[in-house]
Design a protein around this ligand. Structure first.
Ligand code: GUN
Length: 309
């Protein structure tokens, strides 16, 4: 079997055009232009790329976006004061504080300071609680994007066994809640799970969000499963890359390693997943492309909810 590739681009583009339409109607009917502020602290190179994408996509869709960049040595109280200022501004509908934050900052305290109505990351305890109660809320972008890929690729969720590997607050836990809300039977596995392959093999839908390059292999995947790869890892070792990619793909990957020093690899071994799964989301080009689209959707949702629309 060779898996069907579930590409993220077409789906992300559809969501973005739907969001652009919603933004036009908000302007026409209510005179509103949604606003998103992204706060970045320090010089994490990956964060800089992610924030750049968020700001650029906002502009393309008609969202007023703003990038607040603070020094790496900013104090906790200065960062909290920045959040307070954004909470108080009527032109700001969405606030996103890019993670990771430097060690002197208590990230939970910062995330809890964001007005839950403006929490477009869906990380505030109020939104986490609402999601687990099945109420309308702002939902974390990456797992929300996974649901969109599954639904828009006509992959049934209700009644299926969804197994999530990884229990982070950003992906694993909200992913479990979203799949449960879609009536899947949900299992969450993690680093302490005994005999992981025996559980992951049962999955109709297997979501890998562990943060270890190529960790999920053939032995973890049941024949005909849908495998969703949420991982983003940098691989620079060419011998390891050769274990992950078929020869034609390997050529591209070697070029990337030569040019940039690394190639992007998910948490799943793509060569082995392609042989066993029925559906597979690639890295890059899969789930990652949905995250920004879902952030845009959340910003419009926040603008609506704040005005009871
Ligand atoms: N860093 C990596 N992923 C995310 C995310 O989804 N939200 C925020 N705020 N920071 C991140």
């Amino acid at each position: 079997m060779t898996a069907r590739i579930l590409g993220g681009k077409i789906i992300a583009d559809s969501i973005k055009s739907e969001v652009a339409e919603d933004i036009k109607s908000l302007a026409a009917l209510h005179g509103i232009k949604p606003g998103l502020t992204v706060v970045r602290v320090g010089e994490d190179p990956a964060s800089s790329v992610y924030v750049g994408n968020k700001v650029k996509t906002s502009a393309e869709l008609g969202i007023n976006s703003e990038h607040v960049h603070l020094d790496a040595d900013v104090s906790q109280s200065e960062l909290l004061a920045t959040v307070d200022g954004l909470n108080a501004r009527d032109d700001v509908d969405g606030i996103l504080v890019q993670l990771p934050l430097p060690p002197q900052i208590d990230a939970s305290a910062v995330l809890e300071r964001i007005d839950p109505q403006k929490d477009v990351d869906g990380f505030h305890p109020v939104n986490v609680g609402r999601l687990s109660l099945g109420e309308r809320s702002l939902v974390p972008c990456t797992p929300a994007g996974v649901i969109e890929i599954l639904k828009r690729s006509d992959i049934a969720i209700a009644g299926k066994h969804a197994v999530i590997v990884g229990r982070s607050n950003i992906v694993g836990k909200p992913m479990a809640m979203l799949l449960l809300n879609e009536n899947a039977t949900v299992t969450i596995c993690h680093s302490r799970t005994a005999d992981l392959p025996s559980i992951t093999k049962q999955a109709d839908i297997l979501v890998a969000a562990i943060g270890r390059a190529g960790f999920i292999r053939a032995e973890h995947i049941g024949e005909g499963a849908t495998v969703v790869d949420v991982g983003i890892n940098n691989v620079s070792d060419t011998d390891f890359a050769a274990e992950l990619f078929a020869p034609e793909e390997m050529e591209k990957r070697l070029k990337a390693i030569e040019n940039r020093g690394f190639t992007l690899v998910g948490d799943v071994n793509p060569k082995e997943a392609m042989e066993r799964a029925a559906n597979f989301t690639p890295v890059p080009g899969g789930v990652g492309l949905l995250t920004v689209a879902m952030l845009m959707k959340n910003t419009v949702e926040a603008a609506n909810m704040r005005r009871n629309l």
